[in-house]
Write a protein that binds this ligand. Structure first.
Ligand code: ADP
Length: 269
């Protein structure tokens, strides 16, 4: 049952009672669960053929008999198949989470975040270059974090691909990291479309997209990214100015000891 209660007042301010509305939401919940499980099984079924497509494309790209002009097309096909696989994986992560509502598990270890930022930045350079967007990577020496390398790569890939996707042609994406020994901060800054105050408040909601008319997104990436970072004992925050760009900041514990003595809570949400 969904129940809401509202106090009512007369024009002179006198208390005139309350309105109580109760509604049976069983059918809505059943429909939502059915949608989630349909989406989950379709996504699951898509993974196997997609993985096979990517494997064969890679084989063809590596084949020395393939002429250069054909290789270019194969590489574009392979990049897009990888993107599709990323979307399918996001949908699966989101639906398995809603089914079990279990915490996402992370296997934390001491990692070099500068190395990870570089790898993520380099991976997106070719697709960014298609729109004249440059990905700059700060020279950062030995910034450490206590994090799960695979999960954090997933988070960074999401932030970097968004910073490219929501950028203007010819724009810039800058990646940087810094640490005070207790916390480590990674920032992904773009010169893109930015977002309104209203969108900022809802950015990390599942399926939220500021501009639903744009194609090529599920609205799941950031909600998953935030859950993953929080599972590390960290958080993601964002600052943005419409028309100027956005800065996403990921805070992580700098070391295992730092995780045991948590940093003060973030002031921004
Ligand atoms: P998706 O990109 O698949 O739509 P996300 O969860 O990654 O889903 O992002 C949710 C929404 O937040 C996007 O649809 C977009 O409107 C907005 N957004 C995300 N990153 C940026 C960014 N760097 N600049 C402007 N808007 C962004």
């Amino acid at each position: 049952l969904s129940v809401s209660v509202r106090r009512t007042f007369a024009a002179d301010g006198a208390d005139s009672g309350a309105v109580i509305v109760s509604r049976d939401v069983t059918s809505e919940l059943t429909a939502l669960r059915a949608r989630d499980s349909l989406v989950a099984s379709v996504s699951h079924e898509l993974r196997t053929p997609l993985t096979s497509i990517i494997g064969y494309l890679e084989l063809a790209i590596d084949d020395p008999d393939v002429p250069a002009h054909a290789r270019g097309s194969l590489e574009v096909a392979e990049r897009n198949a990888e993107r599709l696989l990323g979307i399918v994986s996001d949908i699966l992560t989101a639906s398995s989470r809603s089914e079990k509502s279990a915490d996402l598990t992370v296997a934390q270890q001491d990692i070099d975040v500068a190395e990870m930022l570089r790898a993520s930045g380099v991976a997106y350079r070719p697709s960014a270059a298609e729109r004249g967007i440059e990905i700059e990577i700060d020279e950062i020496a030995h910034v450490r974090a206590y994090a799960d390398p695979l999960r954090m790569r997933q988070v960074l890939d999401n932030l970097v691909s968004n910073a490219v996707k929501y950028n203007r042609d010819g724009g810039t994406v800058s990646l940087a990291a810094t640490s005070d020994g207790l916390s480590t901060w990674l920032t992904v800054t773009d010169t893109g479309i930015g977002m309104s105050r209203d969108a900022l408040g809802r950015l990390f909601e599942r399926f939220f997209r500021a501009d639903a008319s744009r194609t090529g997104g599920t609205g799941l990436g950031l909600s998953i990214a935030r859950d993953l970072v929080r599972a590390h004992g960290g958080d993601i925050t964002v600052e943005s100015t419409p028309g100027i760009g956005s800065v996403f900041t990921v805070r992580l514990p700098a070391s295992a000891e730092a995780l045991d003595s948590p940093a003060p809570a973030d002031l921004t949400e």
